[in-house]
Design a protein around this ligand. Structure first.
Ligand code: 5GP
Ligand code: MN
Length: 335
C-alpha cells in the first residue's frame, strides 16, 4: 500500500468512483463516506456510495443518504457499478471481510483501491494507496485531512462539514475519548466557520428514537446485566426474544455497551446480542485494558484499543459461558 500522498496528484483525473465502508455503517462510516462523496462530486467525479448493508434510521437525515445504494437490496446493480469502477475508496474498516458480501466483488475488482481508516492492523496488501492511523479520532477526521492536505480546502462546504462533524462527534463519544486531540477541536472550529448546525445534528442522532427502544434499554439494564466486581467488568446479554418483543432495529442497540462503563470502577464492558446469523459482541474499556487484542484472541474480532467488536457462531448461552471462563485469565490486568 503506497502512502495516500502519492495519490493526491491523481485526484483531478476524473473517474468512476465507488466509496464503501463497513457493514451496518455507524455515524463515522456514513459521515466519512458522504463527506468524501460530496468532495469528489464537487471535483467532477462520477461517485456512488455503496453500503454493504442497511443502516440506522437516525442517519437518514444526512445530506446525500438518499443516494446511497444498499448492496443487500440492490446486488446486481451494485456489482455492476463495482465492476466498472476505476477507483474504490474503502473507509472506516481495516479488513475486507467487514464489507460482508461485498468482500468478493471488491477483491475481484481490478481497479485502484484506496484505504482511509483508523483501526489497528490493516490488511495493507489489499490496497494500492492508503492511510491507516489508529491515533486518529475518526475516519471523518482523516477525510478532512485528505481534503486539506491534497490542497482542496476551498471545496469544503456545509454538506461536507455536516457529514464530517457527525462522524467525529459519534466516534469520540461527543469529544470525550482520549483520541480527541487539539487538532480535532481545530478541525471542528474550521468546519464550524464553513457552517453546520451542531445542535440539530446532535438531536438528529441522539434524540431520534422510538419509545420501544427506551423500554428495551430499561429492561436490559434491569434484567440482562451482570456486574463482576472481582474483575471490574460488566457484561450484558441480549436474547433474540428481547429483540423481537421490543421491535429492535439496526442502530437501536448502538451505545448500549457504554452504560456498563458508567458504573464506578468498571474498566471493561461487554455486550453480546443474539442476531440471526451470529452472536455479535461489542467490547469497551477504560484505561489500559486492550479490547482489540481481547476481541481478536477470543471472538474473531478487532477494532481499537478501547473499543472493539467480535462474533461467535455458538449459541448465546455458550458464548456467554465462554466469556465467564476467559475473563478469569484477565483478573490481574483488570485490577
Ligand atoms: P461496535 O462495538 O461499535 O460494533 O464496534 C466497535 C469498534 O470495533 C468499531 O470501530 C468497529 O468498526 C470495530 N469492530 C466491530 N466489530 C468488529 C469485527 O468483527 N472485526 C473487526 N476487525 N472490527 C470490528
Ligand atoms: Mn470510525
Amino acid at each position: 500500500m503506497k502512502n495516500i500522498i502519492e495519490f493526491f496528484p491523481h485526484l483531478t483525473e476524473l473517474k468512476k468512483v465507488v466509496i464503501t465502508t463497513h457493514q451496518k455503517p455507524d455515524g463515522d462510516a456514513m459521515g466519512s463516506a458522504l463527506g468524501l462523496y460530496h468532495f469528489l462530486h464537487s471535483l467532477g467525479h462520477d461517485v456512488t456510495v455503496i453500503s454493504p448493508t442497511n443502516w440506522a434510521d437516525f442517519l437518514d437525515w444526512m445530506p446525500g443518504t438518499k443516494t446511497v445504494l444498499d448492496f443487500e437490496m440492490n446486488r446486481e446493480k451494485a456489482k455492476n457499478i463495482i465492476k466498472e469502477a476505476e477507483l474504490i475508496f474503502c473507509l472506516d474498516f481495516n479488513i475486507l471481510h467487514r464489507t460482508k458480501n461485498m468482500e468478493r466483488p471488491i477483491e475481484d475488482a481490478k481497479c485502484i483501491k484506496i484505504l482511509i481508516d483508523h483501526h489497528q492492523q490493516p490488511q495493507e496488501e489489499a490496497f494500492n494507496y492508503g492511510i491507516s492511523d489508529s491515533n486518529k479520532s475518526s475516519t471523518c477526521e482523516m477525510i478532512y485531512d485528505f481534503i486539506v492536505q491534497s490542497g482542496h480546502s476551498d471545496k469544503l462546504n456545509t454538506d461536507i462539514a455536516t457529514c464530517l462533524y457527525t462522524g467525529v462527534m459519534t466516534d469520540t463519544g461527543s469529544f470525550r475519548f482520549p483520541s480527541t486531540k487539539a487538532s480535532v477541536h481545530r478541525m471542528v472550529a474550521h468546519l464550524k466557520e464553513i457552517g453546520f448546525d451542531h445542535t440539530i445534528i446532535h438531536e438528529n442522532i441522539y434524540d431520534n428514537f422510538l419509545e420501544n427502544r427506551l423500554r428495551f434499554i430499561g429492561n436490559a439494564l434491569l434484567n440482562r446485566m451482570d456486574v463482576l466486581y472481582e474483575y471490574n467488568t460488566a457484561v450484558m446479554f441480549i436474547p433474540k426474544s428481547d429483540i423481537l418483543k421490543y421491535d429492535i432495529r439496526t442502530g437501536d442497540t448502538e451505545g448500549l455497551v457504554n452504560y456498563l462503563l458508567t458504573i464506578q470502577g468498571i474498566k471493561f464492558g461487554a455486550i453480546v446480542i443474539d442476531r440471526d446469523e451470529e452472536r455479535k459482541w461489542s467490547f469497551r474499556s477504560k484505561g489500559n485494558f486492550d479490547v482489540n487484542t481481547f476481541a481478536r484472541l477470543h471472538f474473531e474480532g478487532g477494532g481499537h484499543f478501547n473499543a472493539a467488536g467480535g462474533r461467535s457462531s455458538d449459541s448465546l448461552d455458550q458464548t456467554v459461558k465462554k466469556f465467564y471462563q476467559i475473563i478469569k485469565q484477565y483478573e490481574n490486568q483488570l485490577q
